[in-house]
Design a protein around this ligand. Sequence first.
Ligand code: DGI
Ligand code: FE
Ligand code: FE
Ligand code: FE
Length: 185
Amino acid sequence: MKEEEIRERVRQELSPARFAHVEGVVQTAAQLAERYGVDPARARTAAWLHDLAREWSVERLKHAAENIEIPSGFGLIPALLHGPIAASFAVEWYGVDEDVANAIRFHTTGRVGMSTLEKIICLADAIEPGRAYPGVEELRAAAQKSLDLALLKSFDATLRYLIDRQQPIFTLTVMARNEFLEKTR
Ligand code: DGI
Ligand code: FE
Ligand code: FE
Ligand code: FE
């Protein structure tokens, strides 16, 4: 599979600012893949494609969701749909394997029983060099020590952020967070 082809396709779908974010996720995901013994090429593919549908309108996302398999509950929160939709296109256009597809599919929410690649993409999304928010440096440091601990901290930060803004919370994220809490105790 030609990385350059995927990169150009993604560039067409996204604003320059979002494309720069994706480039950051590719770089961070490749580094974490080396660090944790995952094939960096597969991490890069997942990273390139993870936000493919991120700038689609809610209308377009909901329409696309009618024709693909969406894990239960995702449909209720439009911000979560871009992962499953991107995963479906990644399989259709580029024939990515199931683990790469799941890393794309669950990059926003996480889930119980995440593979190492799924953890890497979810975390790289949160800590790529372009991200700037309170606590991001602590997350970057934690990511080099333990994916599970870094993800626990990342999910906790996301959940706090959502509560502060009175947003609905996806139950799978809570379950993933509880799993990492248990694993890191
Ligand atoms: O696509 P990105 O901006 O790179 O990052 P993302 O895919 O992690 O998050 C996309 C958006 O989804 C972000 O604005 C936060 C939001 N989000 C994540 N989890 C939940 C959520 N929104 C709600 N309402 N509930 C969630 O559980
Ligand atoms: Fe995303
Ligand atoms: Fe994320
Ligand atoms: Fe992203």
